[in-house]
Design a protein around this ligand. Structure first.
Ligand code: CA
Length: 226
């Protein structure tokens, strides 16, 4: 999951970034609304974590503009005060969920997973496909009930593909899910992860459209269970 964190408080920002990275997320951190706006216009994120109280332009104004231009990025708002008006303003401006400071980092991660699921139209916690099951809560992957060991980046590629069955993701879109701004992209990295996933999960699991990208085929019938 690639996350844009907008938070001016250094301690909170650092704590959130560190915790989410340990959770396997790619996290880019900006300190104000203008930088967040620029980042959102430049790239795609699975989720925006937005502190409402920012120096200069506030989070609500950014959120309103985002929704006005039909940017549907899921937004989890972070408010400093437990004021009901703030929460209502955030939700009315287009936030999908909110947390009040101080919040528990595990709760933040759980809410983010739930948001990601809902935005992808999944009601259940698991992502399942052709006997392969991915549990975003524990990051465990099984195939026909047997545990499969994936590297963090193989996991990230698989999660991105399983969230949108039938949708072809380009190499650039997958790289976006694997690397933050500060990291350099290794050439052929995506191909290497796809190769690893196919070896561990079965060759048919991930298909490619030559010159376009990769996808997991949508299935008309129920997954074949072990
Ligand atoms: Ca703040």
């Amino acid at each position: 999951m690639r996350v844009l964190l907008t938070e001016d408080d250094r301690m909170i920002g650092h704590a959130v970034q560190t915790a989410l990275r340990q959770d396997g997320c790619v996290v880019d951190w900006v300190r104000d609304a203008e930088s967040a706006d620029a980042a959102l216009l430049a790239g795609s994120f699975d989720l925006l974590l937005l502190d409402l109280g920012l120096p200069g332009r506030d989070g609500i104004s950014l959120l309103r503009e985002l929704r006005a231009r039909r940017d549907a990025t899921p937004v989890l708002v972070i408010t400093a005060r437990d004021a009901v008006e703030d929460r209502i303003a955030g939700l009315d401006a287009g936030a999908d969920d909110y947390l009040v400071k101080p919040f528990d980092l595990d709760e933040l991660a759980a809410r983010m997973r739930a948001l990601l699921r809902r935005s992808a139209g999944h009601g259940t916690a698991y992502l399942e496909h052709r006997g392969v099951r991915l549990d975003p809560g524990t990051r465990e992957v099984t195939r026909h009930g047997k545990p499969v060991s994936l590297s963090p980046r193989e996991y990230a590629v698989l999660e991105a593909l399983l969230l949108r069955p039938g949708v072809v993701l380009s190499r650039a879109q997958l790289e976006d899910r694997l690397y933050g701004w500060s990291e350099s992209v290794e050439s052929n990295a995506v191909e290497v992860y796809i190769h690893g996933l196919r070896r561990k999960l079965g060759h048919d699991m991930i298909q490619n459209v030559r010159g376009v990208g990769y996808f997991v085929p949508r299935e008309a019938t129920a997954p074949d269970e072990a």
